[in-house]
Design a protein around this ligand. Structure first.
Ligand code: FES
Length: 86
């Protein structure tokens, strides 16, 4: 939906919380896809990979730091999944 910000959607979700409206985590990624799934072979990950868990990254499924703005705007506390070799 053009012109609707993630923060705006979250405000609406907060308003409707407890009123039978189910909030969504994914606001705008691959909306034509019935289920967004990303799979990686462990052997291909390399020494370190940082995956997005906030669904706001422009480089999804990788983290681009967008969680920081999301947390600031919403008061949320989400962050990435970091996989690294010992
Ligand atoms: Fe989503 Fe970092 S951008 S967890």
């Amino acid at each position: 939906t053009a012109g609707v910000t993630a923060a705006g959607v979250l405000l609406v979700q907060h308003f409707y919380k407890g009123k039978g409206v189910k909030p969504k985590v994914n606001l705008d990624l691959q909306k034509d896809n019935p289920k967004v799934v990303d799979a990686f072979d462990i052997e291909d990950i390399g020494d370190k990979a940082v995956y997005c868990r906030c669904w706001r990254s422009k480089k999804f499924p990788y983290c681009d730091g967008s969680h920081a703005k999301h947390n600031q705007v919403t008061g949320d506390n989400v962050g990435p999944l970091i996989m690294k070799r010992k």
